[in-house]
Each structure stands twice: as structure tokens, then as C-alpha cells.
Design a binder for this molecule. Sequence first.
Ligand SMILES: Cc1cc2nc3c(=O)[nH]c(=O)nc-3n(C[C@H](O)[C@H](O)[C@H](O)COP(=O)(O)OP(=O)(O)OC[C@H]3O[C@@H](n4cnc5c(N)ncnc54)[C@H](O)[C@@H]3O)c2cc1C
Length: 274
Amino acid sequence: MQQSEQAPRMMRQRPPPRNVQVRAINRITPHMIRITVAGDELTGLTTHGTAEHIKIFLPQSGQDTVVMPTMGPNGPEMPTGIERPISRTYTPRKWNPATNELDIDFLIHGEGPAVAWVSKAKVGDKVVISSPSGPYNLDIAADWHLIAGDDTALPAIGTILEALPSGVKAYVFIEVIDAVEEQKLESKAELHITWLHRGKRPTGHILENAIREARLRMPTARPATWVACEANVMRSIRRHLINDRGIDRASLYTRGYWKIGESDHPDHDTGEDA
Ligand SMILES: Cc1cc2nc3c(=O)[nH]c(=O)nc-3n(C[C@H](O)[C@H](O)[C@H](O)COP(=O)(O)OP(=O)(O)OC[C@H]3O[C@@H](n4cnc5c(N)ncnc54)[C@H](O)[C@@H]3O)c2cc1C
């Protein structure tokens, strides 16, 4: 077939990035800062389900504002001499269409451009965000839910628990640094939450051990499982759930939210190689 006869290639249309301003900054726990962004360009923002993600575009060091690429004949182009903005993945924690405000919760984990930005953020600072995408579709027909993650997954877990209806049972394992990092989580569901305090131990180990040791009704019951944490730990937990617990891959949703030693880990690490 000649090139000209081929059907036009379907291009995925992404909504344009949205310019927003920091409206409020609240430290919800010592290591979790809630940034509320707002602005006219949030009008029409739509959420599609729980545990979605957005990209937040931050200025490069030495720049006051975010310069976004524009679409040229060969794809996105930056003005000469200007570096692409820093981009990181976060969870849209709470969207309020009445006030055009979006909450994003940032874990202060150590060092990284996002942590550096949020630690110095001021009301009025300008950033750019993408529209939410990649929702976790709740399986309401599941016999019960297993929901597990570390502190980076805490905002996403919050959105999942808020969406679970009454009459549903959820076993929730959340690893944070210490008891002060625990948050009050709302849900209509029957929650069995285990908070795990890592202290100075390596990340993810107590989360994995708690899941390995949990007394869960398997494999006769059909659970829906959501796990998000450090990428290597997620793979280990995933292998355990499939190989030792007999959980069907189709009912497993696993995500590496970050990876030790790697900057800007991809937002679509499902661990299916494990
Ligand atoms: C779908 C999705 C949703 C997410 N939602 C949130 C959210 O709502 N809130 C949130 O805080 N994070 C969230 N994350 C995780 C966040 O994107 C990463 O932690 C990111 O690396 C932070 O960027 P940074 O610039 O601070 O560090 P980077 O430049 O990416 O990394 C710098 C260094 O820090 C290390 N590092 C990164 N994260 C951690 C961590 N948690 N603990 C210890 N070391 C770390 C890296 O291994 C690297 O060595 C999400 C990730 C995904 C994929």
C-alpha cells in the first residue's frame, strides 16, 4: 500500500499542560507537605478514578518560571539555550472544581529536584501540571481488597479508600517513617489498617514482611490487590503474591513509584517482568 493510501495514524491527543500557581502550603506531617495549586487553567480538569497521576513541571535551578516546549515540525522544541523543565510524577490527591484548587502531597524523602522545589515553595510560585491520567479502576465485585504502599503511595491510597463503598472489606498496609507520619484516612469501607514504621531500616522491608506474614484468605477468595512502593520491593511483593499466594495476575495492580538510586523513575513501571 502506498503511504498516501494508508489510514491516517491515530495520534493520542493529550490535553495541553496547565499553568497554575501555588495557593497554599500545609505541612500535614513532618515529612509530607500539601501544596494546593489553583488557576483559571484548571477549569474543566477531570478526574477519571482513583490513584491517578499528573506530571508536575518545575523550573530548572536558576529559572523563575517554567518554560515549556512548543510543538514544532519535528515534535516538541525548546527555545535555543533553554533547558527542558524538570518533570516528576505525583498523585492528584484532591480536586475541588468549585474553587479550582488541586491538592498534591509531596513526601520529603531526601534529595531530589521535586523535594528541593517543595521545600522552598512560596504562595504565588508558578508551575505547570498535566491533566490526571492512569486511574486504578476499583473492582467492587472483589471478595476483599489488599492495598499496600509506602509513603509515596499514601496520597494514592487515600483516594482509593475514599472511593471504596460501604460493605467492602479492605486490608491496608502502609509503611511510613514513624508514628507521627500516620494520617487519618476516610472510607465507607471496613478498613483493617496496619501502619508500619520503618525508622532507620531500609525502605520497603517491613512492608514486604508484613504482607508475607499477613493471614489472608487465599487463594479461594478473589481479592483485588493494589501495591505501590519502591520498584525492587514492589517486584518482590508481586512475586510473593503470585507464586506463594496464588493471586491471579489479572487481579494484581502493582506500580514502582520510585527506584533506589534512580532519578525520575518512569510512571508506568508495572513490574510485569517479575
Ligand atoms: C504514579 C506515581 C504517583 C506518585 N505519587 C506521589 C505522590 O503523590 N507523592 C509523592 O511524594 N511521591 C509520589 N510519587 C513518587 C515520586 O514521583 C518520586 O519519589 C520522585 O522520584 C520524586 O522526585 P525527586 O525530584 O524528589 O527525586 P528524583 O530526582 O526522582 O530522585 C532523586 C533520588 O531520590 C531517590 N528517591 C526518590 N523517591 C524516594 C523516596 N520516596 N524515598 C527515598 N528515596 C527516594 C531516588 O532513588 C534518587 O536516588 C509517585 C510516583 C508515581 C510513579
